[in-house]
Design a protein around this ligand. Sequence first.
Ligand code: NDP
Length: 283
Amino acid sequence: MTARIVDGKAVAADLRAVVAARIAMLPFVPGLTVVLVGDDPASAVYVRSKDRAAKDAGILARTVRMAADTPQSALLDEIARLNADPETDGILVQLPLPAHIDAEAVIQAIDPAKDVDGFHPANVAALAMGRPGLVPCTPAGVMKLLQHAGVVLSGARALVLGRSSIVGRPMAALLLAADATVTIAHSRTRDLPAECRRADVLIAATGRPEMVKADWIGAGATVIDVGINRLPDGRLVGDVAYAECLDRAGAITPVPGGVGPMTIACLLENTLEAAIRRRQAVL
Ligand code: NDP
């Protein structure tokens, strides 16, 4: 059996087109402001792609660049300004922040209604309680890929490998909301390969290159690889040993071209949703 390859690039392109079409019909222009502190090259690349994708979708996209030694108080002042800015519907502070800045304090300062990354405690609580809110972009993108692949989640055994607040935890909450039976595995999990093998749906988000091997996967399982790892030889690989798992999985996402493009597409959708909800709240 050869796994069906779930083409995140194509699904993301469709979603971006839908978002752009919805924006074109609005009587206003949604605004997204990305705040980049410091000069981390990977962050600069991510911010540029977000900016370009947002502009392509018809969003008023702006990037605020701040020096690496910006005091936390100056960053908090900037966020307060953006919270009050009527043209900004979505605020995204690119992570990681320089070590002298408390990322938690910064995230908490963002107006939850503008928190398009979905990291503010109010949005985390909404997701945990199954209430409406802004959902983190990467797990939201994974859910859309699963839907596109026709995976039935109700009653399925889903295993999320990784428990970060950016990916693993919100991922588990979304799968639970879709009626899957969810296990969260992490670095202390006993007999990880056996846990993984039981899963009908395996989501890998560890940041460990090609850690999930073919014999960790149940025959025919759906494997979603969130990992993005740069090897010393320059190759980009996921957390799953993709080539060997192709003969084992029922469906699998590649890296690159799987979850990555969905993250940005979902950011655009979150910006659109935030813009609509904010205006409805004002009416
Ligand atoms: P974190 O480092 O925050 O979390 C990694 C998680 O994996 C932790 O919960 C950790 O367990 C677990 N883990 C690490 N090593 C092992 C191991 N050997 N066995 C079992 N569990 C392990 O990473 P993120 O969640 O932020 O990111 C995960 C991956 O996803 C990265 O490759 C990142 O680049 C990628 N990513 C991709 C995105 C995209 O758009 N496609 C967006 C965001 C992230 P413990 O908690 O016990 O330490």
